[in-house]
Ligand binder design. Sequence first.
Ligand code: NAD
Length: 288
Amino acid sequence: MDKGTYASNPWYERHFPEGRYRKIADDINNVQNYESELQDIDQIVHFAAESHVDNSIRDSYSFLISNVVGTQRLLEFARRHDIRFHQISTDEVFGSLDPEGDDLFTADRCYDPRNPYSATKASADFLAKSYANTYGMRITISNCSNNYGNHQHPEKLIPKTIINAFHSRKIPVYGNGGQIRDWIHVRDHNDAVDYIIDRGKPGSVYLIGARNQKRNIDTVKMILSVMHRDENLIEYVSDRPGHDRRYAMDPSTTESLGWKPRIKFEDGLRETVDHYVKNMKIYEGMLG
Ligand SMILES: NC(=O)c1ccc[n+]([C@@H]2O[C@H](COP(=O)([O-])OP(=O)(O)OC[C@H]3O[C@@H](n4cnc5c(N)ncnc54)[C@H](O)[C@@H]3O)[C@@H](O)[C@H]2O)c1
């Protein structure tokens, strides 16, 4: 099910193998209208969400409806039909780490969401945990670090930087660019989810990350270097309110299932730059 918000990328669906998927173009809040179509499914993997932090700071209402109420609707559906459920979540629910420190988020860390987006994801995770506990449902949760890769909406840091660099436009960087993110390629994230679905223990939480912490400014500089652009394109802009300083995952729970990330950041970044440059017109269109 995909409601097709501005962030969805229907163009990507040309990669889906013919006959092996069926899309319901609707809101997850309407899942109860599809009892007969969905009666044979044995798993729900719940990715759908409003995901852009800046939008949630401007107006969090749609985040509550999709991320919290929508998750409740899917959990209810899963409960009625005894369907295994996997909740996709984020490292942002854990809050922020000291940028000078070397500690990592672990699965037993207390939640400390610091923006409306992460507060709704945290709420959804708590709902999932409560359904596992209250109804004994087969539920797993994964919290993943920052994703990058082809087909991401150009509002996000890496594609936005590529597009601006391509046109030699100024590249806005929040604050001093010292925020640290733990980047993982989206294919590695999805592989990890497959491992968890196949081998994860119901009731457990799995952390996913590629042990790849980078300061935002260094990520931007890497992109500029791959694209042979000058660093004087960088423009420091006022920081986002409540901007978390460092995210860093301890992915050993997922690694213990046999998973490990396969894509090196440098290689994934080059592939991503190529993809956006080749399809520049499409992505610029998405920026409106
Ligand atoms: N992108 C990341 O770095 C990252 C990291 C960790 C976790 N996650 C999680 O992964 C999931 C996917 O993130 P993304 O970056 O692909 O987000 P995205 O915003 O790029 O895409 C979200 C998709 O969900 C759909 N959607 C939104 N609300 C819906 C609703 N009510 N009903 C049906 N469909 C709806 C949109 O149409 C879109 O296709 C989210 O749950 C997010 O919290 C993302």
